[in-house]
Design a protein around this ligand. Structure first.
Ligand SMILES: *[C@@H]1O[C@H](CO)[C@@H](O)[C@H](O)[C@H]1NC(C)=O
Ligand SMILES: *[C@@H]1O[C@H](CO)[C@@H](O)[C@H](O)[C@H]1NC(C)=O
Ligand SMILES: *[C@@H]1O[C@H](CO)[C@@H](O)[C@H](O)[C@H]1NC(C)=O
Ligand SMILES: *[C@@H]1O[C@H](CO)[C@@H](O)[C@H](O)[C@H]1NC(C)=O
Ligand SMILES: *[C@@H]1O[C@H](CO)[C@@H](O)[C@H](O)[C@H]1NC(C)=O
Ligand SMILES: *[C@@H]1O[C@H](CO)[C@@H](O)[C@H](O)[C@H]1NC(C)=O
Length: 317
């Protein structure tokens, strides 16, 4: 994996304490989101990369560096303020699809691929690893998760807006430290709906968040650092059981890590990120015929501020 550039650290403010400077698309820090548009994208890939330090504590930082293939990133964060259960940032990729927004009942498949790792980092610099450094994360008292985040709404415009969409469907792949999803209840977890995708098992928790949002979280039984699955069964389960309206639109699929606390800087590496959506009656897009593949401006930047609200309820102890 080759990265655009190495970070230099300076003390110029950028909504977080550190600014990391690099060539190419450069680092994405603070609230910044950027869309690299230089590659002919595969289906749906005008991906957006967001540092999304939407709840900075003013002392820590969150920066993200996009890989040359525009399907990978490394996010480095360091949030040290107490209480430790407050989420500060959600560095993530928004995986595009020319089929979005699309109603739940019209989605035939939502194939995703992702590989990730997490560990201690020497600071705000690139440290790519697809391993989970369990000892290091434990010593750093790291509190974080790794999750896909599917946003939906009856209104197709709101469905694409992470701060407005009223339905949030999460698929957690990694859980570090005492974080639980909204609606978590350890007493009933054995009796909750469970679904199996390939070798991966998930248990459903339902909750609600501010702005009248309903949240549905599929929790893993272990950390899954590689996933290549059709996620549509997790979504179909919800509308077929009348938990969400079949008419609601999926607007966005994100993948990233919510970051709460750590004694040391933490690096989250994500690679091979892709999403392919199919719908009955819509011919699949070939990569360069997709709307996202045409007329891409050469300019690198498109700022899209994203203030994703917390996905997390929080810890019991
Ligand atoms: C999506 O389609 C592209 C192009 O055919 C392919 O390279 C990629 O592996 C697919 N990704 C998934 C998750 O199926
Ligand atoms: C999301 O909605 C809010 C409130 O209407 C708006 O301020 C913001 O610009 C929207 N975000 C996007 C990405 O459209
Ligand atoms: C559920 O959480 C409570 C409060 O933290 C704890 O005392 C109890 O042991 C937990 N029960 C199970 C079955 O894990
Ligand atoms: C998933 O659940 C099945 C039984 O429902 C079990 O056999 C399998 O070992 C589980 N997979 C993992 C990775 O725990
Ligand atoms: C994920 O890995 C961490 C660190 O090894 C561990 O503490 C945690 O329990 C794992 N999460 C799950 C859901 O197994
Ligand atoms: C993604 O591509 C589509 C189709 O070309 C375009 O309408 C949209 O504005 C692009 N999104 C971003 C965030 O650049």
């Amino acid at each position: 994996m080759k990265w655009f550039a190495r970070y230099l650290v300076s003390l110029i403010a950028c909504a977080s304490t550190y600014v990391c400077m690099a060539r190419g698309i450069g680092p994405v820090c603070g609230l910044d989101c950027r869309v690299p548009t230089t590659l002919c994208p595969a289906e749906g890939t005008n991906n957006t990369f967001c540092a999304n330090a939407w709840n900075s504590d003013g002392k820590g930082y969150q920066c993200l560096e996009v890989g040359d293939d525009q399907r990978s990133f490394v996010a480095t964060s360091h949030w040290t303020s107490l209480p430790a259960h407050v989420v500060h940032s959600y560095p993530h990729i928004k995986l595009g699809s020319p089929l979005f927004p699309r109603q739940f009942r019209d989605i035939a498949s939502l194939r995703v691929n992702a590989e990730w790792g997490m560990g201690r980092s020497a600071g705000p610099k690139i440290a790519t690893s697809l391993a989970v450094d369990s000892d290091g994360l434990t010593k750093s008292q790291c509190i974080a998760n790794v999750a896909f985040d599917i946003w939906a709404d009856l209104d197709p415009v709101l469905a694409s807006n992470e701060s407005m969409a009223r339905i949030e469907i999460m698929l957690w792949l990694g859980v570090f430290g005492p974080v639980q999803p909204l609606g978590w209840d350890n007493k009933t977890s054995r009796t909750r709906p469970q679904l199996r995708l390939g070798d991966n098992n998930f248990t459903l928790f339902e909750g609600s968040a501010s702005v009248g949002r309903s949240t549905f979280t599929w929790m893993p039984d272990t950390n899954y650092t590689h996933i290549s699955q059709d996620l549509s069964p997790l979504v179909q389960y919800l509308w077929k059981n009348n938990l969400v309206p079949a008419e609601a639109y999926v607007g966005t699929v994100g993948f990233g890590s919510e970051s709460f606390f750590s004694l040391d800087p933490i690096a989250f590496t994500a690679q091979s990120l892709s999403l392919n959506v199919t719908s009955e009656g819509v011919a699949p897009f070939s990569p360069c015929d997709s709307p996202a593949g045409k007329n891409q401006p050469l300019r690198l930047l498109s700022f899209l501020f994203s203030f994703a609200t917390p996905m997390i309820a929080y810890s019991l102890s």
